[in-house]
Ligand binder design. Structure first.
Ligand code: FES
Length: 103
Protein backbone atom coordinates (compact mmCIF):
# COMPACT_ATOMS: atom_id res chain seq x y z
CA UNK A 1 0.00 0.00 0.00
CA UNK A 2 1.37 3.39 -0.98
CA UNK A 3 -1.54 5.63 -0.03
CA UNK A 4 -5.05 5.66 1.43
CA UNK A 5 -7.86 8.12 0.86
CA UNK A 6 -10.89 8.20 3.17
CA UNK A 7 -13.94 9.98 1.77
CA UNK A 8 -17.20 10.63 3.57
CA UNK A 9 -19.99 13.18 3.67
CA UNK A 10 -19.49 13.34 7.42
CA UNK A 11 -16.29 13.47 9.50
CA UNK A 12 -14.57 10.08 9.64
CA UNK A 13 -13.07 8.74 12.86
CA UNK A 14 -9.67 7.95 11.37
CA UNK A 15 -6.60 7.71 13.55
CA UNK A 16 -4.07 9.73 11.60
CA UNK A 17 -1.20 8.65 13.81
CA UNK A 18 -2.06 5.01 13.22
CA UNK A 19 -2.31 5.57 9.47
CA UNK A 20 1.12 7.18 9.43
CA UNK A 21 2.59 3.87 10.59
CA UNK A 22 0.99 1.90 7.78
CA UNK A 23 3.00 2.46 4.61
CA UNK A 24 4.24 -1.00 3.77
CA UNK A 25 1.67 -2.71 6.03
CA UNK A 26 -1.11 -4.94 4.69
CA UNK A 27 -3.97 -2.95 3.13
CA UNK A 28 -6.50 -4.66 5.43
CA UNK A 29 -4.99 -2.82 8.38
CA UNK A 30 -5.59 0.53 6.72
CA UNK A 31 -9.18 -0.05 5.66
CA UNK A 32 -10.64 0.55 9.09
CA UNK A 33 -8.49 3.61 9.71
CA UNK A 34 -8.13 2.47 13.30
CA UNK A 35 -5.70 0.46 15.39
CA UNK A 36 -6.54 -3.28 15.22
CA UNK A 37 -8.42 -4.54 18.26
CA UNK A 38 -5.53 -6.80 19.26
CA UNK A 39 -3.16 -3.83 19.62
CA UNK A 40 -3.42 -1.01 22.14
CA UNK A 41 -4.52 2.35 20.75
CA UNK A 42 -1.65 4.78 21.42
CA UNK A 43 -4.01 7.73 21.02
CA UNK A 44 -3.18 11.09 19.50
CA UNK A 45 0.57 11.70 19.23
CA UNK A 46 1.86 13.87 22.06
CA UNK A 47 5.60 13.27 21.88
CA UNK A 48 6.54 13.31 18.23
CA UNK A 49 10.25 12.89 18.97
CA UNK A 50 9.64 9.37 20.28
CA UNK A 51 6.21 8.60 18.80
CA UNK A 52 4.40 8.38 22.12
CA UNK A 53 0.63 8.89 22.18
CA UNK A 54 -1.69 10.28 24.85
CA UNK A 55 -3.25 6.90 25.66
CA UNK A 56 0.18 5.31 26.09
CA UNK A 57 1.19 8.04 28.53
CA UNK A 58 -2.10 7.90 30.47
CA UNK A 59 -1.85 4.13 30.71
CA UNK A 60 1.72 4.36 32.01
CA UNK A 61 0.71 7.02 34.55
CA UNK A 62 -2.07 4.79 35.85
CA UNK A 63 -0.40 1.38 35.74
CA UNK A 64 3.09 2.41 36.82
CA UNK A 65 2.06 5.16 39.22
CA UNK A 66 4.13 7.82 37.45
CA UNK A 67 3.93 11.14 39.27
CA UNK A 68 6.18 13.53 37.32
CA UNK A 69 7.21 14.53 33.81
CA UNK A 70 10.66 13.13 34.61
CA UNK A 71 9.17 9.78 35.62
CA UNK A 72 7.19 9.63 32.36
CA UNK A 73 10.42 10.42 30.49
CA UNK A 74 12.29 7.67 32.30
CA UNK A 75 9.54 5.16 31.52
CA UNK A 76 8.67 6.09 27.92
CA UNK A 77 11.33 8.57 26.79
CA UNK A 78 8.51 11.07 26.12
CA UNK A 79 9.68 14.58 26.90
CA UNK A 80 13.37 13.74 26.99
CA UNK A 81 14.46 15.23 23.69
CA UNK A 82 13.24 18.64 22.46
CA UNK A 83 10.94 19.07 25.45
CA UNK A 84 8.08 20.64 23.51
CA UNK A 85 5.68 17.96 24.76
CA UNK A 86 6.58 18.38 28.44
CA UNK A 87 3.70 20.78 29.14
CA UNK A 88 1.28 18.29 27.55
CA UNK A 89 2.67 15.50 29.69
CA UNK A 90 2.31 17.71 32.76
CA UNK A 91 -1.33 18.36 31.80
CA UNK A 92 -1.97 14.61 31.52
CA UNK A 93 -0.37 14.06 34.94
CA UNK A 94 -2.55 16.82 36.38
CA UNK A 95 -5.66 15.34 34.77
CA UNK A 96 -4.85 11.85 36.07
CA UNK A 97 -4.16 13.13 39.57
CA UNK A 98 -7.41 15.15 39.62
CA UNK A 99 -9.35 12.11 38.41
CA UNK A 100 -7.74 9.95 41.10
CA UNK A 101 -8.57 12.55 43.78
CA UNK A 102 -12.22 12.63 42.66
CA UNK A 103 -12.59 8.83 42.95
S1 FES B 1 8.10 16.12 21.29
FE1 FES B 1 8.51 15.06 23.11
S2 FES B 1 10.64 15.33 23.45
FE2 FES B 1 10.25 16.30 21.56
Amino acid sequence: MAAALFVSRRPVAVMRDHLATLPGAPAEEALTGRTPADRPDPGPMLCSCFGVGVNTILSAIETRGLMSVEAVGAALQAGTNCGSCRSGIAALLDRAQHREAAE
